[in-house]
Design a protein around this ligand. Structure first.
Ligand code: ZN
Length: 497
């Protein structure tokens, strides 16, 4: 085969992969939103068959030969084709280096462990979950070693979720937060204690909350023919094509801020998918550069726009009209303060913008210790509580509200957490760059998102996964990832509340 024929072959494989992923994505979305409760097993069976088929199709000697032959022709390929080959080889190596038998064992363990975690969380019983967690860590260590024996296991895992990021990078990031942000938290929280937020928990009719979701996505100029908003327990986004993005929110009658901000957040993820360059559709490079970069876009819309004073002043009259009984006695400024009120809470997903990354820092430091062999699983609750006391000044009353609160470890996901915090930090750096050429505050105050959307599209979203996070940041901002934009943003916003 000549180079052109090999590229043609790769494109054919890509198309098949796209079709599988599309079907599995839609099925997954349906399973979380509309499918009947008892469809769980039927769907699991179908998905297992489809995954088996993709495995056979992509993990075999013919594909390996094709990929490595293309890699040898590197000089003859354009940038995009080279990036595709790189991505395919990485995926290939990731899957093929793990013995099938062990992979199946791990899949089984993850299901059992996830169940054990649920029970343990319900019963506040860390000891019953500990043996599963021990095995999860062992498997992760072993797999990382099969894949990249010359690298530290935790670095391999971090790289899976945030390509190019290693412990050194994340350490630097959190060190900066510890220096710049942690010392101010207690004072800011104390000063904000008197901020009134009772009205956020009044009774807000669900049908009007739904109306509000579409008011928001219309305002963000999303084309209603390209996306849908559904409902699920935990909000999430499924980007399938730049004309087919689906996301969910969750409506609680007595928590208006919950669906308001989950809609803004997921809309950010959705806009990323909608703004992918059309030529990336159906390719391995569609979607986002990484979890962290994806999260930078969702947090941009949720926090930098949605929790800004300018945005609230713009949207609040509309909300007041929609919820005249509930918000009649509230001013825009009171609403702004309420949705930004910093609190030292125990629960990550309820955390405010200021303290959120500290929750992530605790998890990162503990994961790092686990993989570096500096802690035994049985000691995790004590370490967890100590770190909460140190960074947030509170101690969980039990493990349900402490070390057992997140689904990730039970499900075998290690190294995932840092991308949440990186997303917020990347977003602040992008905003600083955007402000060099665009009057962000006044655009938001006008409720006009044309220029802001275009900036994000051209600089970030259109590129899909063409660049790694580090390359994208360098290209967009003209400098490396710099966490001081984030600490400056947090300090200036929260000191002025
Ligand atoms: Zn997100």
């Amino acid at each position: 085969m000549n180079t052109q024929e090999m590229l043609q072959k790769l494109t054919e494989l890509e198309q098949i992969q796209y079709a599988y992923q599309y079907v599995m994505g839609v099925t997954n979305f349906d399973g979380n939103t509309a499918a009947p409760k008892n469809s769980y097993q039927a769907r699991g069976q179908a998905m297992a068959i489809l995954s088996g088929e993709t495995y056979k199709k992509f993990i075999n000697d013919d594909v390996k030969e094709l990929l490595y032959n293309l890699k040898d022709k590197k000089d003859k390929l354009d940038f995009i084709s080279n990036r595709k080959v790189e991505e395919y080889i990485e995926n290939f190596e990731k899957i093929s280096k793990i013995p099938m038998k062990e992979f199946m064992e791990f899949t089984k363990l993850r299901n059992e462990s996830n169940h054990a975690w649920e029970q343990a969380k319900t019963n506040d019983d860390f000891e019953s979950f500990a043996p599963y967690l021990t095995k999860i860590i062992e498997f992760n260590k072993r797999f990382a070693n099969y894949r990249k024996p010359d690298k530290k296991a935790y670095d391999v895992l971090l790289d899976d979720f945030e390509k190019g990021m290693e412990m050194d990078d994340i350490d630097k990031f959190f060190k900066q937060l510890k220096k710049d942000v942690v010392p101010n938290i207690k004072e800011v929280v104390k000063k904000s204690a008197s901020i009134r937020d009772d009205f956020l928990n009044r009774s807000f009719p669900i049908n009007k909350q739904k109306e509000l979701s579409y008011i928001l996505t219309d305002l963000l100029k999303m084309n209603r023919d390209d996306y849908i908003i559904a409902e699920s327990e935990h909000p999430f986004t499924m980007g399938l094509h730049n004309n087919d993005v689906r996301f969910t929110t969750h409506y609680y009658k007595d928590m208006i801020a919950s669906s308001f901000y989950s809609t803004m957040h997921e809309a950010g993820h959705a806009i990323y998918g909608l703004n992918n360059d059309i030529k990336l559709n159906t390719t391995i490079l569609s979607g986002g550069a990484s979890n962290g970069i994806h999260e930078s876009q969702s947090r941009f819309y949720e926090n930098l726009i949605g929790r800004s004073k300018e945005f609230i002043q713009y949207i609040f009259p509309t909300m007041k009209k929609l919820f005249s009984d509930q918000l009649g006695d509230v001013t825009a400024n009171e609403f702004y303060l309420a949705v930004n009120k910093p609190k030292t809470s125990l629960i990550r997903i309820e955390a405010d913008e200021l303290t959120y990354s500290l929750h992530i820092m605790v998890r990162y430091e503990i994961e790092r210790m686990m993989f570096e062999g500096e802690v035994e699983v049985k000691d995790l609750p004590a370490i967890w509580n100590k770190k909460y006391e140190e960074y947030l000044g509170i101690t969980p009353p039990n493990n349900t509200k402490g070390v057992l609160q997140d689904v990730h470890w039970g499900f075998g996901m290690m190294g995932y957490f840092p991308s949440y915090a990186l997303g917020s930090a990347y977003a602040s750096q992008f905003l600083a760059k955007m402000k060099e050429t665009l009057d962000f505050d006044s655009e938001v105050a006008k409720g006009d998102f044309t220029k802001i959307n275009l900036w994000l599209k051209e600089n970030i979203q259109t590129h899909g996964a063409i660049y790694t996070p580090k390359q994208l940041i360098k290209k967009t901002c003209g400098e490396e990832f710099n966490p001081s934009y984030y600490s400056n943003y947090l300090n200036s916003k929260f000191k002025s509340l």
